[in-house]
Ligand binder design. Structure first.
Ligand SMILES: [Zn+2]
Length: 63
């Protein structure tokens, strides 16, 4: 029987796998999709980016 994996287990697995956690707040940054407009040849284009968000930069991103 496979043991049910909890969220905490996943986090622990990510940590132990050597995921870079933030040296400032010591959180493992969560990949988060954001949309932003970029100027592409004079036209504004909406692009989706995946950025890593932790406690340090989330206020900058989410306001
Ligand atoms: Zn941080």
């Amino acid at each position: 029987m496979a043991k049910k994996q909890t969220f905490a287990d996943k986090v622990e697995k990510i940590r132990s796998a050597g995921a870079a956690h933030c040296p400032v707040c010591d959180e493992v940054p969560a990949p988060t999709k954001v949309r932003e407009f970029v100027n592409e040849g004079g036209r504004m284009k909406l692009v989706t980016k995946t950025i890593k968000v932790c406690k340090c930069n989330s206020p900058n991103i989410f306001g």
